[in-house]
Design a protein around this ligand. Structure first.
Ligand code: SF4
Length: 567
């Protein structure tokens, strides 16, 4: 009599495996988020003089005190100001390329022109960043642009082979500029006594985080009673009789101008005082909306200026118009930089189609003729691997766990990853390894291509099978402790983006592929931590049985918790 079939329910242990995986991902994310929060709290990372000198060769020091928008003055050996530098971090730290954000240093000349950029640090792969550094065109596209021109610069071609990193850098710069530039002529922030000249009940002022020329005014109860838009730095280059004048425009919460006050000025003091005292001139703008102020034509509106101080008063008028215009541009740039527009290109759509085809073949068990199977493998190798470079790696998984999934810029890769994890968890198919991984497809093509095959002794096979587990443990340690180690160096996948690949990846790729000629799927079996992860999460007939992999996963989760607590 046959023994009854086992009725072991796989779900309990299967859920435990998925939960262990999720716990490790959450710990990696949480640890990274805490470090990011600490950095945000500490403000911008300190600026290295060597980076500044790559933009300003004569730079001898950087001002300690940050300007209103976080920038710092660059000084030469005599203490003269050469320009201004600012970083995209921490404001743009949420914008990630392939696996992390990039902090870019931007240098401005005194006349508001970008004179150079330098990549200070990056969470992206070293090779991608190097590719951008070597590309003379990409970063130089910003050089010569003013703050206002740069914040709407969107038609820059990404660096080939480092598309995601390029896009993230570009978005970071746009977002950094969306706050508005800082004036070197009127660097002091708005004071409460100055705001009271427009709003008597003002008790506190708060700079708008996205538009640094805008200040929100609150009363003693913390209620917003209006806003003040400073015309500096928008109007810094408008010279009246002998210099620029800063004007503060008061807006009611409804967005209507409620008054203007002249602030600090480099113009002739007597003429400035004439304008300050001319109540009729100062009331001419009351009742205008920001839009109306930006579109104001002084001639059409018959604004003649103040008698005896015509140049000064007309410059004040033009300055307010200029500030309103810049504020509109800045608002538009901020909203477009933060919009959730999806940048899916042709390559993303192509990857999506390959993913759908791979899932269809894997799940429906279509009887695909041999020649079509071969064509699909070649498609994976040629298109998904060599052209798109869409491969799932530990470097990518850790980067995404830390910083979030860049689904807007890397939609195809995000979909591929979603399929790679969701399909084995919910079905019994490890669709990525069997039907979507270019490196797996290459090994399948090489399988048994030579007559002489190597039979590994059992002890050696058992020993080598520990390699993926050890690499996985290393990934968890690097991710949670934030060790400055590049995880792309322990896998072969970066070699597929051969234009930027490092020697470590290329060497692992070549050794793995050559080995697979003599030992079928050698790298998959004895080297791949990603395949180990996907195999561990796959629902199978033996999901209800405890295995040594479960013991390893529990130990890994415990290690992750300990590292999370102690670091
Ligand atoms: S085991 Fe690794 S290399 Fe092999 S198919 Fe899976 S992910 Fe690709």
């Amino acid at each position: 009599m046959k023994p009854p079939k086992s009725r072991a329910r796989p779900w309990g242990l299967h859920l435990m495996r998925v939960t262990l995986f999720a716990v490790i991902i959450v710990l990696i994310h949480s640890q990274h988020a805490q470090r990011q929060a600490d950095r945000q709290y500490q403000g911008s990372p300190s600026i290295n003089l060597a980076n500044v000198q790559s933009i300003f060769p004569r730079a001898a020091s950087i001002s300690k005190k940050a300007l209103a928008n976080g920038g710092h003055e660059v000084l030469d050996a005599d203490g003269d100001v050469l320009g201004l530098v600012l970083q995209t971090s921490p404001k743009s730290d949420h914008l990630i390329g392939f696996s992390g954000p990039t902090n870019t240093l931007i240098g401005f000349s005194l006349d508001n022109q970008i004179v150079g950029l330098d990549i200070v640090s990056s969470g992206d792969t070293r090779e991608h960043v190097e590719q951008i550094r070597l590309d003379e065109r990409f970063l130089n596209s910003f050089v010569g642009k003013s703050w206002e021109q740069a914040q709407i610069l969107s038609d820059i071609d990404a660096v080939s082979g480092a598309t995601l990193t390029s896009l993230a850098i570009q978005e970071s710069i746009l977002l950094r500029f969306s706050g508005g530039r800082t004036s070197l002529r009127f660097p002091d922030p708005l004071q409460i006594n100055e705001a009271r000249r427009l709003f008597e009940a003002a008790d506190s002022v708060e700079q708008d985080p996205a538009h640094h020329a805008l200040w929100h005014v609150k009363d003693g109860a913390g209620t917003k009673i209006g806003s003040v838009l400073c015309t500096s730095p928008a109007a810094d280059n408008l010279i009246g009789y002998q210099g620029p004048t800063e004007t503060w425009i008061g807006f009611q919460p409804s967005g209507i101008v409620s008054g203007i006050v002249l602030g600090r000025s480099y113009d002739n003091a007597q003429y400035v005082n004439y304008v300050r005292d001319d109540k009729y001139f100062l009331s001419l703008f009351d009742g205008l909306s920001l839009q109306e102020l930006a579109e104001l034509d002084p001639v059409e509106a018959e604004i003649d200026g103040v008698s005896g101080a015509t140049m000064t008063s007309m410059t004040v008028t033009l300055g307010m118009i200029q500030a309103a215009k810049e504020f509109r541009v800045s608002s538009k740039a901020a909203s477009s930089a933060q919009s959730l527009a999806v940048n899916w290109g042709l390559s993303d759509l192509g990857t999506a189609m390959v993913v759908i085809a791979g899932i269809a073949i894997a799940l429906t068990r279509l009887r695909v003729p041999r020649y079509l199977r071969l064509a699909f493998q070649l498609l994976l190798i040629g298109y998904l691997g060599l052209i798109n470079g869409d491969l799932i790696s530990q470097a990518m998984i850790v980067g995404w766990a830390q910083n979030g999934v860049p689904w807007r810029n890397a939609g195809g890769l995000a979909l591929l990853t979603l399929a790679a994890f969701l399909v084995p968890i919910t079905t019994k198919r490890n669709v990525y390894c069997t039907h979507l991984c270019p490196h797996g497809a290459a090994q399948q093509l090489l399988k048994r291509r030579v007559r002489w095959q190597l039979a590994l002794p059992r002890w050696l096979s058992s020993f080598l099978k520990m390699v993926p587990a050890l690499l996985l443990a290393w990934c968890v340690v690097v991710a949670i402790v934030s060790l400055p180690m590049s995880l792309v160096d322990i896998e072969p996948f970066n070699a597929w983006v051969f234009r930027v690949a490092g020697w470590a990846s290329i060497t692992i790729a070549i050794i793995g592929l050559v080995a697979s000629l003599f030992v079928p799927m050698a790298y998959c079996r004895y080297g791949c931590p990603t395949g180990l992860t996907l195999g561990f999460l796959r629902l199978s007939a033996r999901s209800g049985q405890w295995s040594h992999r479960d013991g390893f996963a529990v130990a890994l989760a415990v290690l992750a918790v300990i590292l999370w607590v102690v670091t």
